[in-house]
Design a protein around this ligand. Structure first.
Ligand SMILES: Cc1cc2nc3c(=O)[nH]c(=O)nc-3n(C[C@H](O)[C@H](O)[C@H](O)COP(=O)(O)OP(=O)(O)OC[C@H]3O[C@@H](n4cnc5c(N)ncnc54)[C@H](O)[C@@H]3O)c2cc1C
Length: 309
């Protein structure tokens, strides 16, 4: 094993593995460093990836890892804890190794910070859900609750009415006065019940969500609860390397072009590390684009260097 690569990819989810597959097939000496904590690990199934719909996330990644190793890509289970620029990039791993690369892909994803309501973390990805595109079909026509954490939760409550007409919005930490007239009109038009008062916890019976407890002691029978986790992008490496970040309501993400190139030459972003809305298929696509663009950049940089001598 060498410590010097043409490309190091930090993060071995859909985005990082996809970049690595392209790079391996392009005969680039590539290392993937992966801490092994993909965002969708709490879910038993991954939906909406054409030809892989319903596949367990762990199986999807295991297939991806097997595919990249066919092309000589190395994969280590470790965590990148720092990075510096030294002509190329030097990436420090928690295990003590420092790896070097001409180009660096950061595909470290994001973490979901869940609302601190008892039971929410334990049920996340099962019957506490965040994304109707990921899980809506599986719970269609059930009794839905939506836990409001900001006035933007109104949007989520309206969206999920596409999957069930039985939707209750629990205002929880949001005051009724924070809702606009448009919010109230749309909620009424969609038939969403609005329940004020803080949520105290979940009623779980036979390992299933059956209700939502309010602090006033009332219990509302519900079978699925939608929540809006706070996305926390894993952007420490971008910060360490001086990439420009753009603040959004969903965290700070690197400024990138359509190929994933950041403002630091040779540094690329893909997947949820580059934007909170990337689903698995988008993350894989972003990784692919970055991988192909990197191969081209390396090729032309080497040709130009040859022409100059
Ligand atoms: C409960 C849940 C269910 C979901 N279901 C679906 C679904 O059905 N369909 C769908 O399309 N999307 C779904 N998603 C969204 C999906 O998880 C993301 O789109 C996808 O994981 C993004 O891929 P990624 O490669 O960018 O990041 P990830 O899959 O999160 O991979 C990032 C990888 O980088 C590693 N990493 C992070 N920091 C470091 C570091 N410093 N050093 C080394 N490694 C590091 C992590 O451990 C992880 O392995 C779901 C999300 C959640 C939370």
């Amino acid at each position: 094993m060498t410590d010097t690569y043409e490309v190091v990819v930090v993060g071995g989810g859909a985005a990082g593995l996809s970049a690595a597959l392209v790079l391996g097939r392009a005969r680039r000496r590539t290392l993937v460093v992966d801490a092994g904590e993909p965002r969708n690990a709490p879910a038993a199934h991954m939906q909406g990836f054409l030809s892989r719909d319903g596949m367990p996330p762990a199986e999807f990644l295991a297939v991806g890892r097997e595919e990249i190793t066919r092309y000589g890509v190395e994969l280590v289970r470790d965590r990148a804890v720092g990075a510096t620029r030294d002509g190329g990039f030097a990436v420090e791993l928690a295990g003590g190794r420092t790896v070097r690369a001409r180009q660096l892909v950061v595909a470290t994803g994001l973490k979901d910070e869940l609302p601190p309501v008892p039971g929410v973390a334990e049920r996340f990805g099962r019957d506490v859900l965040h994304c109707p595109y990921c899980h809506g079909w599986e719970v269609r026509d059930q009794a839905f609750g939506v836990l409001a954490t900001t006035p933007m939760s109104v949007h989520q409550a309206l969206m999920v009415t596409q999957w069930s007409k039985d939707v209750t919005l629990f205002l929880h930490r949001v005051e009724e006065t924070e809702l606009t007239d448009d919010d109230l009109r749309r909620l009424a038009a969609a038939g969403v019940r609005v329940v004020p008062g803080a949520v105290a916890g979940l009623r779980i019976e036979d390992d299933r969500l059956t209700g939502v407890h309010l602090e006033d002691g009332s219990v509302h029978a519900r079978e699925a609860l939608f929540v809006a986790p706070r996305p926390v992008p894993q952007n420490a490496l971008f910060r360490a390397l001086g990439a420009e970040l753009a603040e959004t309501p969903f965290g700070a993400y690197p400024v990138i072009d359509e190929l994933g190139r950041t403002t630091v030459p040779g540094l690329w972003a893909a997947g949820n590390a580059s934007g909170f809305a990337e689903q698995v298929v988008n993350a894989a696509s972003r990784g692919y684009r970055a991988g192909a663009a990197i191969n081209g950049e390396l090729l032309f940089a080497d040709l130009d260097a040859t022409v100059r001598v």
